[in-house]
Design a binder for this molecule. Structure first.
Ligand code: ZN
Length: 271
């Protein structure tokens, strides 16, 4: 179970307290906290509660969504990301995952320009707070409204355009990038440039019946997870393997039983 991290969204029906109680008992060592789990609570004490439970806080999810139709929207996005940095600092999360955003109908080039500028605007604050920003390329099926960054190469391009700052890197989520014929080379490059910040696992089911909430448990689909993990490790990444599954099917089952299935799938198909 070494290096197993679970995203709070994976066990969506559970509160943060439920996660703190059940994750360590199942052998989970790390947790990535989604922001909605901190609504109405003090991130400082939430962080202490998770550490007291024996969990490493791996990341805060998520920042991003930079593109907008007008200046007010662009500024609102930057303000929201600044709040995320404050929240991560208080929580004790070393990094924030960025789902970069897109505006339906707006050219992707324009969205990418806005994303680059948005990241540039928050980067000095992140550096000051010692919080790393991890750009997560999203599968192209989300290019219309969730992210105009759909490949590792596009994520690299933003890091390059901003001068390769040490606090900016990439989150590799197998669900989004498994199909990319250049994936091995892109992961290798991320290692060479010290920007390989996170590794997320789940599986791609055939057929996928919901674009958002029908991800599979590792081993249930067609993603060569172990192969991709070997590339990530060869590139020097030795952080947590984060299980991030959005699934209406799994959210409707008993979450303790589901967590058992996660840990067993982790041992069989990730390690
Ligand atoms: Zn992810």
């Amino acid at each position: 179970m070494e290096k197993l991290c679970v995203h709070t969204m994976t066990t969506k029906p559970w509160s943060l307290d439920d996660c703190a109680r059940h994750y360590p008992a199942a052998g989970v060592e790390g947790i990535t906290v989604w922001r909605q789990y901190l609504e109405g609570r003090d991130p400082l004490s939430a962080g202490a509660m998770l550490r007291d439970a024996g969990l490493d806080i791996v990341a805060l999810c998520r920042g991003g969504f930079f593109p907008a139709k007008n200046a007010t929207g662009l500024q609102a996005a930057i303000d929201d990301n600044l709040r995320a940095i404050e929240m991560a600092e208080a929580l004790g999360a070393p990094q924030i995952v960025l789902v970069c955003g897109a505006v339906p109908g707006q050219p992707l080039e324009e969205s990418r320009r806005q994303i680059t500028e948005g990241i540039a605007a928050i980067l000095p604050v992140a550096r000051q707070a010692n919080i790393r920003l991890a750009i997560e390329p999203l599968h192209p099926m989300y290019a219309d409204d969730r992210s105009a960054i759909n490949t590792m190469a596009q994520a690299h391009a933003i890091c390059d355009a901003l001068g390769s700052p040490a606090h900016l890197g990439i989150a590799v989520d197998v669900y989004h990038v498994w199909w990319d014929e250049t994936l091995e080379a892109q992961i290798k490059l991320a290692g060479e440039r010290n920007r390989l910040f996170a590794f997320h696992v789940c599986d791609w089911k055939t057929p996928t019946t919901d674009l958002l909430n029908d991800r599979g448990l590792m081993g249930e689909g067609c993603i060569p997870i172990r192969k991709i993990k070997s590339w990530v490790n060869a590139a020097g990444f030795n952080g947590f393997n984060e299980v991030e599954i959005f699934s209406n099917k799994y959210w409707s089952m008993d979450q303790n039983e589901y967590l058992q299935r996660i840990t067993s799938a982790y041992q069989q198909h990730v390690l």
